[in-house]
Design a protein around this ligand. Structure first.
Ligand code: GLA
Ligand code: ZN
Length: 675
């Protein structure tokens, strides 16, 4: 067993999901049937209590943990472990009735009514007290249960609260950040503009939608504060459960490219990253291949939040979801492909929402391992096969991926770009650019990490940092060192425009010395209407289409690789490179498709000595490395069979030795332990 495995007690990978037996306490036969089904499906862990506050404490101070005790004990006797949630994902009605300050206030200043979920005020002292009480009781009773393997903090945290307690806390947070000096804040936010100067911190309100939304520095600090405050609330929950057994790790289930919280900051405080994955398979706007590669990119995002350990696929649906505009079934074989892709890209778990369908209410028709009709059906059979497969590839647990290529993506930068007044006002497509870059470079044969601008760049040979709008001095310095040490760096339009509080860099973009690194400066930023096009032409005659935006570039001392072919900046530089010894700094002033950027990416890899492992068109390959073995995952991301050549080792799924070509059935997978 590799030492980094998420769950040493499971002796392999986890197969499980959200399970809500408290909904079925009036149906005594159901629990026994479920355990039987879990065994048939190779389920070795379940997540309990995610929305169970009202079951634990139906009235203030009246507690019922006996059902949980029975469930955890029985599961454990049957070899099934528990991931236990703290119940802050939803509150009992009595709590909101008696303590309305637990309910959030929206961006118009209106207090919510009771209901729904994921909506507590993160600052409310009474809420935190009540939460701490229930968490403490849970931890006292269960933190040392032999079946407990992890705490699951809350559920899919997110959202903002504009209540008086949150506002006061925000003001305190700003005082600390700006050294209790209102003039420092006024300068950082440039508040002389439109006469928005503050004379004291108490005057500052968050960006109410019918209030102050025009100070960009305020908007960004409010997002940072909200993220910090949510993390602070999460940390209070972690402290409560760890007090009774510090050895039980914690996770929080994150959401795909979720905008509302800075996951990089949050991830520092949890032991393992987990995420909930609901791709829209078989949709009518992209190929299946695209959906799968984008999903791999999301896995890379979460893997990158804690790169020294595997992540967890905390939720995915066994068949369909019920909340998308169109809720299509996953085609046969696709759940298995999705499960094995998660493992291939660094997960140690495959977990579902949900293990059993709820009989009524919001999610009664959401996919589940156990259907209303039972388990004699296609979905259950596929889940059981996944359970069997995960056992066969158990040695993969705790192994890791290796990547020489990284893409930079940060929440701070993302929020700043979204709020930037200019370019395309509503959607500057930062996330799209990151995702499409990931997909195309992956198609070209690269394994790619997604990292932060605070990460150590020296681990990588090639870095793509699109739209690096905020540039702080340390980041500029680190990027410069990266290139001077032989790294290949690719940046684009909108690099280095502003500092950490969104003041424009003076003296030319990209700022903080990056203009020297690239040997260019960007004089103007032109935005194209949706149907406008420009083109750029390379020396070898290649022409690429330009959409959305073009910077008008001035070259100081860089080599020009391509120039615009149209408009008043026709023949002026659009793509440049400046060499620094073995390192290179590429600048792409225009937005072209990620596909069109591949030749430069390939050149960068070549110069950096990175081997690209190009696969047949519909195959993706990921490799997990461990002390006990190297595991090559070949995934056929299409509904046609496909061939892979030059494979050597043992396919753990079939148990057969393979040498030479292997054929993968539609959506098929091979996990080859190398010799
Ligand atoms: C989210 C939640 C779950 C469930 C699923 C449904 O991921 O965490 O509780 O509602 O969505 O897809
Ligand atoms: Zn609040």
């Amino acid at each position: 067993m590799e030492k980094n495995a998420v769950f040493p007690k499971l002796n392999g990978l986890a197969h499980g999901g959200d399970y809500n037996p408290d909904q079925w306490l009036g149906y005594p036969d159901v629990f026994a049937q479920d355990i039987d089904a879990f065994k048939k499906a190779g389920i070795n862990c379940v997540s309990l209590g995610i929305f169970s506050w009202a079951s634990y404490e139906p009235r203030e101070g009246e507690y019922h943990f006996e059902w949980l005790q029975h469930v955890m004990d029985t599961l454990y006797e049957n070899g099934i472990y528990t991931i236990l949630a703290t119940p802050s994902g939803a509150r009992p009605a009595w709590l909101d009735k008696k303590y309305p300050e637990c309910m959030r206030v929206d961006a118009y200043g209106i207090r919510n009514h009771h209901g729904d979920r994921h909506n507590h005020c993160m600052s409310s002292k009474i809420f935190r007290e009540k939460l701490n009480n229930i968490n403490t009781l849970l931890a006292q009773r269960f933190a040392n249960h032999p079946g407990l393997i992890m705490w699951h903090i809350s559920n899919e945290m997110g959202g903002e609260c504009f209540c008086p307690e949150c506002i006061a806390k925000f003001q305190e947070w700003l005082k600390v950040k700006y050294h209790n000096d209102i003039n420092e804040l006024n300068h950082a936010w440039w508040t002389t503009f439109w006469s928005h100067k503050y004379s004291c911190f108490e005057e500052i309100e968050p960006p109410f939608w019918n209030g102050e939304t025009s100070i960009l520095g305020l908007n960004l600090d409010w997002k940072r504060f909200t993220s910090w405050n949510m993390t602070d609330c999460m940390n209070s929950e972690i402290a409560a459960v760890k007090a009774y057994n510090p050895d039980i790790p914690v996770t929080a289930n994150l959401m795909n490219f979720f905008n509302g919280l800075d996951y990089r900051e949050m991830a520092k405080d949890i032991d393992y990253v987990s995420w909930d994955s609901y791709p829209r398979f078989h949709n009518d706007w992209e190929t299946f291949d695209d959906t799968m590669r984008e999903l791999a990119c999301s896995h890379a995002l979460f893997r990158g939040l804690k790169p020294d350990r595997p992540f967890m696929l905390m939720e995915c649906t066994p068949s369909l979801v019920n909340w998308q505009p169109y809720n299509k079934l996953k085609r046969p074989g696709v759940m298995r492909l999705q499960a094995l892709q998660a493992i291939a890209t660094g997960s140690d778990t495959v977990q579902y929402f949900q293990l059993r369908k709820s009989r009524g209410s919001f999610e009664q028709f959401h996919g589940a391992v156990i259907d209303h009709a039972g388990i004699d059906n296609r979905v259950f059979r596929e889940i059981a096969q996944i359970g069997a497969d995960l056992k066969k590839i158990a040695p993969v647990a705790g192994t890791h991926l290796k990547a020489d290529v990284a893409i930079l993506f940060d929440w701070d930068n993302r929020w700043a770009i979204q709020d930037m007044k200019g370019m395309i006002y509503d959607d500057k497509k930062y996330e799209r650019v990151v995702i499409e870059g990931w997909k195309e470079f992956n198609r070209a044969g690269a394994e790619i990490d997604i990292i932060s601008y605070n990460d150590d760049f020296s681990k990588y040979k090639v870095i793509y940092a699109p739209m690096l709008y905020i540039v702080r001095p340390e980041v500029a310095k680190a990027l410069t060192e990266f290139v001077k040490n032989g790294g290949q760096l690719l940046c684009t339009y909108m690099t280095g425009y502003v500092n950490e509080t969104l003041l424009a860099h003076l003296g030319g973009f990209p700022g903080e010395g990056l203009s020297d690194l690239f040997g260019v400066y960007s004089e103007e930023l032109d935005t194209l209407f949706p149907s406008d096009r420009n083109h750029i032409k390379f020396a070898d005659g290649t022409v690429c289409e330009v959409k959305d935006c073009c910077e008008v570039l001035k070259v100081k001392d860089a080599e020009i690789l391509a120039a615009y072919t149209e408009d008043f900046y026709k023949d002026t530089p659009a793509v440049t490179v400046k060499k620094h010894g073995k390192g290179s700094a590429y600048y792409y002033a225009a937005r072209v498709s990620a596909k069109d950027m591949v030749p430069i990416f390939e050149q960068m890899c070549k110069d950096a000595g990175v081997t690209l492992e190009k696969m047949p068109e519909t195959i993706t390959r990921h490799v997990r490395y461990g002390e006990e073995g190297t595991y090559h995952f070949y995934l056929n991301i299409s509904n046609q069979s496909a061939e892979v050549c030059a494979v050597k080792g043992t396919d753990l799924l079939t148990g057969k030795a393979v040498s030479g070509n292997i054929s993968l059935e539609p959506y098929g997978v091979a996990v080859v332990k190398a010799e």
